[in-house]
Design a protein around this ligand. Structure first.
Ligand code: WT7
Length: 658
């Protein structure tokens, strides 16, 4: 593979927190032995305010008969104290959150002092509602400061938050409430994005009509748009009424380092989303330390991560990482195209943003609109750019670098997962010339390996599956309610390793390139969706018998969704039915599950043992009709020709429409 690499400017290198030499030395030291690794993390743990300092650093075994992952196990702390109280000593009036509303006329600045006060009020109110350490609380929120307040208030009183992305349907919300058995839901009357209202409270009501959600006693509702919504007298309370009389002092719960901090549901290769569990001491140490390293953080940075709080990025790198470091974090309620595609640039200028962290899909959608919009702003405050969520294609990288960043700002391509809690691979800025599309180097304490399908660890330049041979403090500890599935999913395929589910290429310089998922998980616009999850939503439509869902190349979303569907006899394949099926799937899961192509077929390609051969469907959905590889295991190979005909006709029609 030939690679263009971009050296950093001398100016950036001179001001960077880390030099190439420091990275190399620190990295080597951090992985030299498990003792050396413990020493490294013991030093990093010094950056945390502990009630009781840990004397034990790690206790980890990936051996399935004796499995454990523990970090700082005798340490005691509270994360909200680390994100708030300790900054009040030196910097109470520094902005903690700069909130930019959906409409450009609205913004709000919340200082660390104000944020602390509000978190305390809500913490007290939640305690009065009977919420105790270990209780689960579901948050279903728009991008407003109260979302972060609620997360931190849970952390303050030891409740375990489970944030559900506000774009998920009532059904998806309900299923997550059922799995977590939450006692409390915090939501808003409505969300507001691009001047469109989303019915958050109504969705909560619907979710709470589902069987199995009886654990929920109370719903706290933030007043956002003010439109009238149904409030049930016994169950629902307004946020402002509830916290109005509460004190600004709230005793932080003493948490053990291994006490749970949050659950976050993410898609896997089977139908049911997994409740990824993160704990307290390791997570915050990892969030704080990787945030500082990867974003080269200085005291006066204004940092904007565009991720919604409903995703892990919104947890680690919008909320906990920045606030634990005392960094100002920008939160944007709206969408990049409202009122026009110039919005992102205007926000950068308005708040003098210095570090911008976003996803390739957002970059591509802005790029498609041309340079004029972005050039309405001068963006001279920017000094560093980041990406996350999927591999970034070279065109998008170039545009981000030259147009958005004016050719001055390094781009850190950060690879990680909900499960990893924080970034594992990225070029620490100032330490290495950048290669567009590569996640580059392991962070301190991370030992990545490229393994082949037989589990052989490959040396030197190689292509295979990405596994990690050791543990790090931010690693997930279990799948909530299903420890067996946790062991099965991540530690069984390659015994002794954490298996990521991603493919990777290591080049001749030792740099890592992520090649994409190797399991049945799709990465749509940087969000994870299991093919099985989408398939069961399609199957639930009354007109369908069976469906197979695969990813297909998509200009903006990176990966689009293609569904091959068999209809019930008597049903007629027409455009109306197809859009009806699509609507149904979006309703069941949420708009991110939009089907980009629907192929109505007579049969699916299956092996003699009945397994769907997705490899073939992936090729067909990408418009590759020849060179389909070995078809000898197919039960009936004539199926393929029929599918090819359907796909060809459909793709031809779509082309004519464009
Ligand atoms: C999957 C994890 C981690 C926050 C966002 C998504 C893909 C993530 C990159 C990157 C190539 C990436 C992987 C990974 N991914 N970052 N920089 N380059 N691929 O979190 O929903 O848990 O998804 O996103 O496939 O496994 P997630």
């Amino acid at each position: 593979m030939t690679q263009k690499s971009f050296p950093l400017t001398a100016e950036f290198i001179a001001a960077a927190n880390t030099t190439a030499e420091q990275y190399a030395n620190n990295y080597q030291q951090s992985i030299a032995s498990s003792k050396a690794s413990d020493n490294f993390w013991a030093e990093r743990a010094e950056w945390i305010d502990w009630f009781k300092k840990p004397t034990k650093i790690s206790d980890v075994s990936y051996d399935l008969d004796d499995f454990r992952i523990k970090w700082f196990e005798d340490g005691e702390l509270n994360i909200s104290v680390n994100c708030l109280d300790r900054h009040l000593r030196n910097n109470p009036y520094k902005p903690a959150i700069i909130w930019e509303g959906d409409h450009p006329s609205q913004h709000k600045i919340v200082s660390f002092k104000e944020l602390h006060a509000e978190v305390c009020r809500l913490g007290n109110a939640m305690r009065k509602l009977g919420i105790k350490k270990g209780d689960r609380v579901t948050l279903y929120m728009p991008m407003i400061p109260e979302a972060m307040v609620a997360m931190l208030a849970c952390a303050r009183i030891g409740a375990v938050h489970s944030v559900v992305f506000g774009g998920f349907s009532a059904d998806s919300l309900g299923n997550r409430i059922i799995d977590s058995q939450s006692k409390l839901v915090i939501t808003a009357d409505e969300g507001l994005r691009g001047n469109k209202h989303t019915p958050l409270k109504v969705n909560v009501d619907r979710a709470l009509d589902m069987d199995g959600t009886q654990s929920v006693d109370k719903v706290i509702v933030v007043h956002r748009t003010g439109n009238s919504i149904p409030m049930s007298g016994r169950r629902d309370v307004w946020y402002h009424t509830l916290i109005g009389g509460e004190s600004e002092h709230c005793e932080p719960e003493v948490m053990n380092a291994e006490d749970p901090l949050f659950l976050l549901y993410t898609s896997g290769s089977t139908g049911k989303p997994k409740g990824v569990l993160h704990t307290t001491g390791g997570y915050i140490t990892y969030a704080l330390s990787t945030f500082r390293d990867v974003f080269d953080i200085k005291d006066d940075d204004v940092y904007w991560c565009t991720a919604d709080v409903g995703w892990i990025t919104g947890h680690t790198y919008s909320t906990y990482g920045p606030l634990a470091n005392g960094t100002t974090t920008v939160m944007f309620e709206g969408v990049p195209e409202y009122p026009t595609w110039a919005r992102v640039g205007h926000i950068i200028d308005k708040h003098k943003i210095s570090v911008l962290y976003t996803a390739p899909t957002a970059i591509r959608s802005m790029m498609k609109e041309g340079d004029t919009f972005v050039r309405e702003s001068d963006r001279s405050s920017l000094r560093l750019l980041g990406t996350v969520g999927e591999p970034i294609n070279p065109e998008a990288w170039d545009w981000y670098y030259h147009v958005v960043g004016g050719g001055r700002c390094p781009i850190v391509d950060t690879w990680w997962q909900t499960e990893t809690g924080g970034i594992l691979l990225a070029p620490i800025p100032g330490t290495v010339a950048l290669k567009p599309g590569a996640a580059m180097n392991p962070l301190y304490g991370i030992k990545p390996e490229v393994v082949d399908s037989d589990g052989e660890v490959l040396e030197g330049p190689a292509e295979g599956n990405l596994a990690i041979s050791n543990s790090w403090p931010g690693q997930m500890r279990t799948i909530y309610n299903d420890h067996q599935r946790f062991l099965q999913t991540y530690f069984t395929e390659y015994p002794g390793y954490y298996f990521t589910g991603d493919g990777a290429h290591r080049d001749e310089d030792g740099h890592y390139w992520i090649t994409g998922r190797v399991d049945d998980v799709l990465n749509v616009s940087g969000h994870r969706l299991g093919t099985a999850e989408v398939e069961s939503a399609v199957d639930a439509h009354p007109a369908t018998v069976e469906a197979a869902v695969v990813g297909m190349p998509h200009d903006i979303r990176g990966v689009g969704i293609a569904a091959f569907i068999i209809l019930r006899s008597g049903e007629v394949a027409n455009e109306y039915l197809k859009s009806e099926i699509n609507r149904h799937v979006r309703n069941e899961i949420g708009p991110i599950a939009n089907l980009n192509a629907i192929y109505i077929v007579d049969a699916l390609p299956k092996t003699r043992s009945g397994k769907i051969m997705r490899r073939i469907l992936r090729n067909l959905a990408a418009g590759q009709y020849v060179g389909l590889g070995d078809l000898s295991t197919l039960a009936d190979s004539s199926v393929i020709n029929q599918i090819i005909e359907v796909v060809k006709v459909e793709r031809e029609q779509n082309r004519n429409q464009c």
